[in-house]
Design a protein around this ligand. Structure first.
Ligand code: LLP
Length: 443
C-alpha cells in the first residue's frame, strides 16, 4: 500500500495521519470525514515555489482554488507566499473573507457575470484572465465606469492536447475556453486588449489539461505561446511581460500513475521559456503557473464507516460506506480510481476482493470497483486516499446527505476547517409558502 505524506500505520495497526490516529478522529468528528495532511499541502506549495526560486526567473505560483476552496486553505496559500486563482464570485468571496490579499488573486472563467467583474474590480484583484470577446468588452466598459485600469491576461487555446501522444490535436479548437490561436481570434484579442483604454494587457495564458504525467505538452505549449508572443511584437508592436502556463500537474492516485516530481515540471517549463525567449531576443517574461490537484490532491483522505455488505456468490461482494458520490463524485463522473485500506485494521492481511458502494439511491454510486481488503465487518473504518482535490469542492447534498466535516491534521493536532453540515443547514434555504403550512390543530 502506498502511503502519502505523513501517513503511517501505528503500533495499534491504525492508520495515522499528521500524528493523529484515524480511529480517534472518527470517534471525535464522525464519518464521513475529510482529513487533510497540512504538512503535505505545505510541502507541495514549497516544492513549486522553491523549484522556481532555484531558476532565478520571476514567477508566480497561483493555487487553482477550484480544487479545494475553503478559508483555511486560502490562509495556507497566503502564508506560503503564493497567488490564488478563483473562477467565481463564491471563490472570490471565500478568499477575501479569509483575508487573502486581493492583488494576488487572478480571476478565471468563461462566463464572468457583470456582477462578478464589478465585485473583483472593487476588491482590487490582481488580474482577469479574459476568456472571450464579450468579456473583454465588458471588463473594459466596467473598468471605465469605475475610472480604473485593470490588468488582464488573454486565455488562448494553443492547440496542445496533453493527453495524446503527439500532444497535438486540432480538436482543441473546439473548446468553450479561450481565444483560438489558429483562426485569428487570439491576434484580434491582442489588438483589442492592447488598445482598450481601461485595460493593461500583461500577457497570455494557456491550460492544456489535467493529470499530466509528461513535460512534452508543456514544452510544446511554451513553443507555441512564444511563437505567438514574438509574432505579436513583430506584427503589432505589442509586448507581453507574463506567460501563464496553467495547471494540470499529475498526481499518483493508484499504482501505475507516474507523476513527475514537481521540480521536473517546473524546470522543463522554465528551461523551455528561457531557451525560446532568448532565441528570439525577447526579454524573459514572468512565468505563472496554476497547480490545483498537485497541491492538495494527495494530502486528502476520506474516512468512512462501513455499514452493510452483500455477498452475491460467484459475482461480487458489495461493501457499503456512509458516504459516496455526494462526497466524491469523481468515480461516477470520470471513472476515477482510488486506493483504500481499513483504517482500524491497517496491518491486517488484505485477502478478500470487494467493491465499495456509496449509500446513494443510484446504482452508479460506487467508489471503488474490485479492491483487496481484509474481511470487512460493519463498523470498520475505510480510508480512501488522494481525495484532497475536487472532492469537497464538488460535493453535493444529493439524497439530502449532509456534507462531511474537513479537518486539517498536523503534529498530532486536528483542527476543524469546515464543520459537518447539520439538518438545519439542509433546510435553511427552504421556504414553505404560507398556504402550504401545516395546520396547527387547536383543541
Ligand atoms: N488552471 C485552469 C485554467 C484550469 O482550468 C484548471 C483546472 C487548473 C488551472 C487546475 O488544474 P489542476 O492542476 O488541478 O489539474 N473536476 C476535474 C478537474 C477539472 C479541472 C478543471 N480545470 C477532476 O475532478 O478531475
Amino acid at each position: 500500500m502506498h502511503l502519502h505524506g505523513t501517513s503511517t500505520i501505528n503500533k495499534d495497526g491504525h492508520l495515522e495521519i499528521g500524528g493523529c490516529d484515524t480511529k480517534q478522529l472518527a470517534s471525535q468528528f464522525g464519518t464521513p470525514l475529510y482529513i487533510m495532511d497540512e504538512a503535505l499541502i505545505r510541502q507541495r506549495c514549497r516544492e513549486f515555489v522553491e523549484a522556481f526560486r532555484a531558476t532565478g526567473m520571476p514567477f508566480q505560483v497561483a493555487y487553482a482554488s477550484k480544487a479545494f476552496c475553503v478559508m483555511a486553505m486560502c490562509r495556507i496559500v497566503e502564508e506560503e507566499g503564493m497567488s490564488l486563482d478563483v473562477v467565481s464570485d463564491g471563490e472570490l468571496y471565500t478568499a477575501l473573507q479569509a483575508g487573502f490579499p486581493a492583488e494576488r488573486i487572478h480571476f478565471h472563467g468563461n462566463n464572468k457575470t457583470p456582477y462578478e467583474i464589478e465585485m473583483a474590480i472593487d476588491a482590487g484583484i490582481g488580474c482577469f484572465v479574459v476568456d472571450n470577446f464579450v468579456e473583454l468588452h465588458m471588463v473594459n466598459a466596467i473598468a471605465g465606469e469605475k475610472r480604473q485600469r485593470v490588468k488582464v491576461l488573454l486565455r488562448l487555446t494553443p492547440g496542445v492536447d496533453a493527453h495524446t501522444h503527439e500532444y497535438i490535436s486540432t480538436g482543441q479548437t473546439d473548446s468553450k475556453f479561450g481565444f483560438d490561436m489558429e483562426n485569428g481570434s487570439a491576434r484580434q484579442a491582442v489588438q483589442e486588449a492592447s488598445s482598450a483604454p481601461n485595460l493593461e494587457l500583461l500577457g497570455i495564458h494557456s491550460h492544456i489539461g489535467s493529470q499530466i504525467f509528461e513535460v512534452g505538452g508543456f514544452q510544446l505549449a511554451v513553443e507555441k505561446m512564444t511563437a505567438f508572443t514574438v509574432a505579436m511584437r513583430d506584427e503589432l508592436g505589442v509586448t507581453f511581460s507574463v506567460l501563464n502556463l496553467g495547471g494540470g500537474f499529475g498526481i499518483r492516485y493508484v499504482e501505475g500513475d507516474t507523476p513527475l516530481a514537481v521540480g521536473e515540471y517546473v524546470r522543463a517549463i522554465t528551461d523551455t521559456v528561457r531557451e525560446q525567449f532568448t532565441q528570439h531576443a525577447y526579454p524573459l517574461p514572468e512565468i505563472w503557473i496554476e497547480p490545483g490537484r498537485s497541491i492538495v490532491g494527495d494530502a486528502g483522505t476520506t474516512l468512512y464507516t462501513v455499514g452493510t455488505y452483500k455477498d452475491i456468490p460467484g459475482v461480487r461482494k458489495y461493501v457499503a460506506v456512509d458516504g459516496g458520490m455526494t462526497d466524491n463524485p469523481r468515480p461516477a463522473l470520470y471513472e476515477a480510481k482510488y486506493e483504500a485500506l481499513l483504517a482500524n485494521r491497517a496491518s491486517d492481511q488484505a485477502d478478500e476482493l470487494v467493491s465499495i458502494a456509496g449509500k446513494c439511491c443510484e446504482s452508479g454510486d460506487m467508489l471503488i470497483w474490485d479492491i483487496e481488503l481484509p474481511q470487512v465487518q460493519s463498523g470498520d473504518l475505510l480510508a480512501v486516499f488522494c481525495t484532497g482535490a475536487y472532492n469537497y469542492a464538488m460535493a453535493s447534498n444529493y439524497n439530502r446527505l449532509r456534507r462531511p466535516a474537513v479537518v486539517f491534521v498536523k503534529d498530532g493536532h486536528a483542527d476543524v476547517v469546515v464543520e459537518r453540515e447539520t439538518y438545519g443547514h439542509l433546510v435553511q434555504n427552504d421556504v414553505v409558502p404560507e398556504r402550504m403550512k401545516p395546520v396547527t390543530k387547536t383543541r
